[in-house]
Design a protein. Structure first.
Length: 543
């Protein structure tokens, strides 16, 4: 037992020493002096929704800032928060005001240092004021009570390509819509383009889309959802699209192609490009208008010039502001009936015209500048777009010259002697008139077609040449020339006058390859500007 008590006493003494050391340590800490918080004077800041402000202060110890309103936050490493903190020193804090704060309000910002806290800033946010609504068109023109809106007219069908929209854009900081509109007006918009409205005439309204109208009571009212902002705009309808016109007649084939008119103004004609079959239309040409804006229409007479690129293929030049056209193109309108007649052509030069029918509004609106509207930037007329406006397009050709021109054939040998075909040995050079064709040729430019067959190519080589004499008087404005010789590149053609006689001179034999490409070359006499051919001669060479 003695040994046991001795050990307990020793343990008690050790424990007492440990506790004494611990108490001594606590007593030393409580003697360390603390920092007295210093708070800056109260700052007051006024702001608007969506703004950013800066708060500056100096802290003498670690600190924490707190905002008591969610719309007033601090930038905290790029993340807005209502609490931020930092170390002692100079401070510059960014204060972010929510753009969605609608009403006026005051936020208090408190600074905490240690156990003490104090309001050091008051942020007063003004009530959000929205700008007035602004309604504009696609060009930026403003619509309001003093600037009415005119709804454009569409075409006659309900096809998408025939519908014309009047587009307006509403500039607003709030969602907007139509508070009021007439029942004949249809308004479309999408979620992708809020504030952009496409307006068009509603054909289901019971009103006719043909006629324009402007009623005092018709208006649109565009407003915000809370009706705090609104704009009232007078609205009217211009009527059917100004270029649209339709006809009672169902067969308008005479308006589809450029036609020719005889000099005597008897009939228009157009040849089928595939069959060559000719269709004619007697003058006067007539049709009846069915639908057009306000049942009123007018006409435009333009000039047409044509240039032949290759046989029976032309390019046309139009002038819709040409003057003097009504002196020979006669258009008469009686109600909805239209008739067209043309004076006889007495001159030697062809002339062309095109007659278009449009609404009266179109004709009056663009008078004096039709070319600006109807021709593109390169001066071309889009006949497809305006197909239904074309009444007729034609070229009137002058009277063709009656001729008795004939041909005589010779070979001029290397000695300079002209030897008639009939004297060439072995019948190597033969000539026939239109009544005795030697070979078929479908591309004749005139019934006065002659034939030459050469069975010896040496007649065109080694100094030998073919001389074709034009017998008869060649009228003024007509000349000798090549009609068709695109492949015979070895063969040269010139003209020569001997003792007052005109000859077509041909030299240089074609190769077999050239003949394979073009079996027959032709020469003759023509007014090439008018494409009037008096005589043509086909030449065939046998190798």
């Amino acid at each position: 037992m003695k040994t046991f008590y001795t050990k307990s006493t020793n343990l008690f003494m050790v424990l007492a020493m440990i506790l004494g050391i611990a108490f001594t340590g606590c007593s030393d800490d409580s003697d360390t002096p603390s920092v007295t918080p210093e708070f800056p004077a109260l700052t007051e800041i006024t702001c608007n929704a969506g703004e950013t402000k800066e708060l500056s202060f100096e802290a003498n110890a670690d600190w924490t800032l707190t905002s008591n309103k969610g719309w007033c936050q601090f930038e905290n490493d790029g993340i807005p928060a209502t609490v931020t903190y930092g170390k002692a020193g100079e401070q510059n804090i960014q204060i972010i005001i929510s753009p969605f704060q609608e009403t006026g309000d005051v936020a208090e910002i408190s600074l905490k240092i240690g156990e003490q806290s104090q309001v050091i800033c008051k942020i007063s946010c003004n009530e959000k004021v929205y700008a007035d609504l602004v309604i504009k068109d696609e060009e930026g023109n403003i619509y309001d009570a003093e600037h009415p809106l005119v709804i454009k007219g569409s075409g006659l069908t309900d096809n998408a390509y025939d519908i014309v929209y009047t587009t307006i854009t509403v500039e607003s900081e709030q969602p907007v819509g139509f508070a009021e509109k007439p029942n004949w007006l249809k308004a479309l918009t999408t979620e992708e383009t809020p504030g952009v409205f496409q307006l068009t005439f509603d054909k289901t309204s019971g009103l006719s889309p043909i006629y324009s109208f402007n009623k005092a009571e018709d208006k649109i009212v565009i407003a915000t959802e809370d009706m705090s902002k609104k704009v009232e705009i007078p609205v009217s309808y211009e009527g059917l699209k100004e270029t649209v016109i339709s006809y009672v007649e169902t067969d308008l084939s005479f308006s589809k192609s450029h036609m020719t008119l005889d000099y005597n103004s008897t009939y228009f004609s157009i040849a089928n490009a595939m069959t060559g079959e000719e269709t004619t239309y007697s003058l006067p040409l007539t049709l009846t208008v069915d639908q057009v804006r306000n049942d009123e229409f007018g006409y435009i007479i333009g000039s047409v010039e044509r240039k032949e690129l290759y046989p029976n293929n032309y390019v046309y030049t139009y002038n819709f502001d040409a003057t003097g056209m009504e002196s020979w193109v006669k258009v008469n309108i009686n109600g909805k009936k239209v008739s067209l007649d043309v004076d006889k052509l007495t001159g030697d030069t062809e002339r062309g015209a095109i007659v278009l029918l449009f609404s009266k509004d179109f004709c009056e609106k663009y008078k004096g500048r039709y070319n600006e509207i109807l021709l593109d930037s390169e001066g071309y007329f889009d006949s497809y777009t305006y197909q239904k406006n074309i009444m007729v397009s034609f070229t009137q050709e002058p009277e063709k010259k009656v001729t008795n021109l004939q041909i005589k054939g010779y070979v001029k040998n290397s000695s300079g002697e002209l030897v008639p075909f009939t004297s060439v040995p072995d019948g190597a050079a033969m000539l026939s008139d239109p009544n005795t064709p030697y070979f078929p040729y479908e591309d004749k430019t005139t019934p006065n077609f002659w034939y030459v067959v050469l069975s010896d190519k040496s007649l065109m080589e080694n100094g030998n040449k073919i001389y074709l004499e034009i017998v008869g008087e060649i009228p003024e404005g007509y000349m000798v020339g090549v009609m068709n010789n695109w492949a015979w590149t070895n063969t040269k053609t010139t003209t020569e006058t001997i003792d007052g006689k005109t000859y077509i001179v041909i030299s240089g034999a074609p190769t077999q390859d050239q003949i394979n490409k073009q079996p027959i070359m032709t020469v003759g006499v023509a007014n090439f500007d008018m494409m009037d051919f008096l005589i043509e001669c086909g030449i065939q060479v046998w190798l």
